[in-house]
Design a protein around this ligand. Structure first.
Ligand SMILES: Nc1nc2c(ncn2[C@@H]2O[C@H](COP(=O)(O)OP(=O)(O)OP(=O)(O)O)[C@@H](O)[C@H]2O)c(=O)[nH]1
Ligand SMILES: [Mg+2]
Ligand SMILES: [Zn+2]
Length: 313
């Protein structure tokens, strides 16, 4: 049997784990980079019992070639970052959507399905908690004249925003530049055009896209599992399956005020250092709301998450 070689997990399904080797191997078909692997029993589940699966797309692994186009995962490297959500609503198991990423590209559509600031805010909180960078893409800008009003609020929070359309090509060059030489994960509701944007950035990808259901206005969950796509100019992107809800995994309720940058900054003026900004006297966040110095939609998102964390605990 051959010696272990470093590789990246690019897909996971019932057939096993598809990896991309750092260096091609002559014995493998096509370009020699991809190999289907099983996972050796002894690494299965070690340290990752609370996770839906011990491996995630983006994981760095060491693999051995066994026969034809197949091999086995021998060991898993520690992760430098993760983007996670609960494996089920209110569940205790973690679903790692992508590992070893630098940046989360939050995609929302201008319309069809409608722009959803509360999902953007949830994802920004998770990005902050996970020590990742955020990039917001408002796709389908061909469907209207004006960007959503919330965009200015995000820019003021230092979140870079790209106004794009996978259909007419605006913003695509800008997005391509942002994706190069780093690893990004693209996330958002089904049908917002995550996969269409990646196909526009790199036209030879040919990933499947699906129409939005005209009756419900929702996407049809065309992308069913995360897939890691190396980019021609360097770097990689993980395309993910659209989410209906973006639950927060492992975030203690008391940390939430610090994950909303605008609220965290205002909170320095609150009387109580552990102010939840919901009922306490001399709350600078409440004052800012009255004065118009905090966007009401941001506070609404904060409250909604606070309530949902209350239910889960
Ligand atoms: N008008 C318009 N439609 C778009 C644009 N981008 C994507 N679409 C359409 O939106 C639908 C959904 O696109 P997908 O790329 O499959 O969306 P997705 O976010 O990957 O969806 P899931 O894989 O289900 O999570 C398709 O019918 C696309 O043709 C755009 O910029 N403008
Ligand atoms: Mg998709
Ligand atoms: Zn307060």
């Amino acid at each position: 049997m051959s010696e272990p070689r470093p590789a990246t997990v690019i897909r996971l399904d019932a057939k096993g784990v598809l990896v991309r080797l750092d260096e091609p191997l002559d014995a493998l078909p096509e370009d020699g980079y991809e190999m289907w692997c099983g996972v050796r029993g002894r690494i299965h589940r070690r340290d990752r019992r609370h996770q839906k699966s011990p491996l995630a797309v983006g994981d760095r692994v060491n693999v051995v070639h066994t026969q034809e186009d197949r091999g086995a995962v021998e060991s898993i490297e520690p992760r430098r970052s993760t983007l996670s959500r609960p494996a089920s609503f209110g569940g205790r198991k973690e679903h790692v959507m992508a590992a070893n990423v630098d940046r989360v590209v939050i995609v929302s559509a201008l319309d069809d399905p409608p722009f959803n600031p509360s999902l953007v805010d949830r994802m920004l909180a998770v990005v902050e908690f996970s020590n990742l960078e955020a990039l917001l893409v408002v796709n389908k800008m061909d469907l209207g004249a004006e960007p959503p009003a919330e965009v200015e609020v995000y820019r003021a929070l230092d979140v870079p925003v790209i106004l794009a359309s996978a259909h007419d090509g605006r913003g695509i060059e800008e997005l391509r530049k942002e994706l190069v030489n780093r690893v990004s994960v693209v996330a958002g509701h089904s049908g917002v055009g995550k996969t269409s944007l990646l196909n526009a950035v790199q036209p030879d990808l040919g990933l499947a896209v699906g129409a939005v259901n005209p009756v419900t206005g929702r996407g049809k969950h065309t992308t069913t599992a995360a897939v890691y796509v190396p980019l021609a100019d360097g770097g990689a992107v993980v395309d993910t399956a659209g989410v209906r809800e973006f639950g927060l995994f492992g975030i203690p309720k008391r940390d939430l005020p610090w994950l909303f940058k605008d609220i965290a900054e205002l909170a320095q003026g609150c009387r109580y250092p552990d102010c939840s900004h919901t009922h306490e006297p001399e709350c600078a966040v409440q004052e800012a709301l009255v004065e118009g110095d905090l966007a009401p939609f941001r506070f609404d998102s904060y409250l909604k998450i606070l309530e949902s964390l209350g239910e889960a605990e």
